[in-house]
Design a protein around this ligand. Sequence first.
Ligand SMILES: C[S@@+](CC[C@H](N)C(=O)[O-])C[C@H]1O[C@@H](n2cnc3c(N)ncnc32)[C@H](O)[C@@H]1O
Length: 237
Amino acid sequence: MDRTITTQKVFGRRKGKPLSNRQKENIQRYLSKYSIFNLQTGGSFKLEKIDPTDLFNNLKDFELEIGFGMGHFLFQKALAQPNVGFLGCEVFENGVASLLTKVKEKNLKNILIHPGNCIDLLDNLGNAKLNAIHILFPDPWPKNKHHKRRFFTPENIDKMCFALKMGGSIFVATDIEEYASQMIRNMKYRRDFEEKKMLVREFKFPLGNQFQTKFERKAYALDRIPKYMVFRRVADG
Ligand SMILES: C[S@@+](CC[C@H](N)C(=O)[O-])C[C@H]1O[C@@H](n2cnc3c(N)ncnc32)[C@H](O)[C@@H]1O
């Protein structure tokens, strides 16, 4: 599937167990249909500035999920909110195949994906005026020497800020206490974001069990209570 020319290094697994024949066929036949970027001759996706209003007919509200894993949350959200256009991004082939199969079966019209590096997507989403960005259980890279691989850096917060509309929010969940502290530290000095003091119940209301992701389930199975955070964009960056 590796048809994206990524401009930045991607860490972590890109492939898992072999895809089923049906998944392979779906990728072959439908990935370009559900892809945010156009497939160009030679088989790679053409990275270019995109405006979600051009991607989704008649929709006005847009949300993005970064690192959708097996795609469960994004799929359920797109089913539950047909009037919102959902963008998703994931480098793990098996996750892309799994989501694509479900989206195709339901013939969903309000979901598009980038099967590649989220940085490439964010770099082309500036001014997209997204209502929300969801980052659920981003890779924690627990070893000190790997912390620099983490997604939630000041540089990436800038990129998300450019893509969010005023009043839009970043929803983050992690079960790694120390990563949560790092996120809060990185957001604290920013005057363009405020942390919304929400009860876990409020964050989870839209997630609920229906939207539970694989890594959220894993966290609870290990008795780790995730931290849920919402940062609302309240000013220009
Ligand atoms: C710990 S998993 C969480 C998956 C899912 N959100 C969940 O809660 O089950 C983190 C996901 O982020 C994806 N990921 C990591 N770096 C990425 C990148 N640069 N661009 C897109 N996805 C990325 C990984 O492939 C992985 O599926």
